[in-house]
Design a protein around this ligand. Structure first.
Ligand SMILES: [Zn+2]
Length: 160
């Protein structure tokens, strides 16, 4: 069990943060970007990168091979729809996808847009963590946060 503080200040104990998010127990800051039968997409605003999306399954599973055939189909369709919206609405040229099965949450894929400033941290997987930390520690205010929130809204409208 982990304790989570809701935006209204209330504390709740949940077994799995992904379950709490996808079931609607916890409303992500910025809101839900897209919800389908088997999946749920939101931005983790703790990492204020414009257009960053976390796509989680609704079922509490850990591994890709646990997806049913129906979920597999929907997964690639939803992933592609979000990717297209990132391109069409936000002009995002490249995205890094990150997904680890040994998570303390459950099945979720990070879609991290690539921006020019990120290349100073490297060009491949080794740059992902420093990029996320840089955003969390140095970009978490003012105009950038406003742009992140606007991007969430724009993606939600496009995908709605
Ligand atoms: Zn779960």
């Amino acid at each position: 069990m982990r304790q989570i503080t809701l935006s209204n200040g209330k504390k709740v104990e949940v077994e799995c943060l992904s379950c709490a998010l996808t079931s609607g127990l916890i409303e992500p800051d910025g809101g839900v970007v897209l919800e389908t039968e088997h999946f749920h997409a939101h931005q983790d605003v703790a990492y204020p990168i414009k257009g960053l999306i976390i796509l989680a399954s609704k079922r509490h599973i850990k591994c890709l091979d646990e997806l049913t055939e129906e979920e597999q189909l929907e997964y690639i369709q939803v992933l592609s729809r979000i990717r297209k919206a990132q391109r069409d609405v936000l002009g995002i040229e490249y995205v890094y996808y990150f997904y680890n099965e040994d998570t303390s949450h459950h099945f979720h894929t990070w879609m991290v847009p690539r921006y020019d400033w990120m290349y100073e941290f490297g060009r491949s997987v080794e740059s992902v963590r420093p990029v996320l930390l840089h955003a969390r520690n140095n970009m978490n205010a003012g105009e950038n946060v406003e742009q992140v929130m606007e991007a969430i809204e724009a993606l939600r409208r496009e995908l709605g």
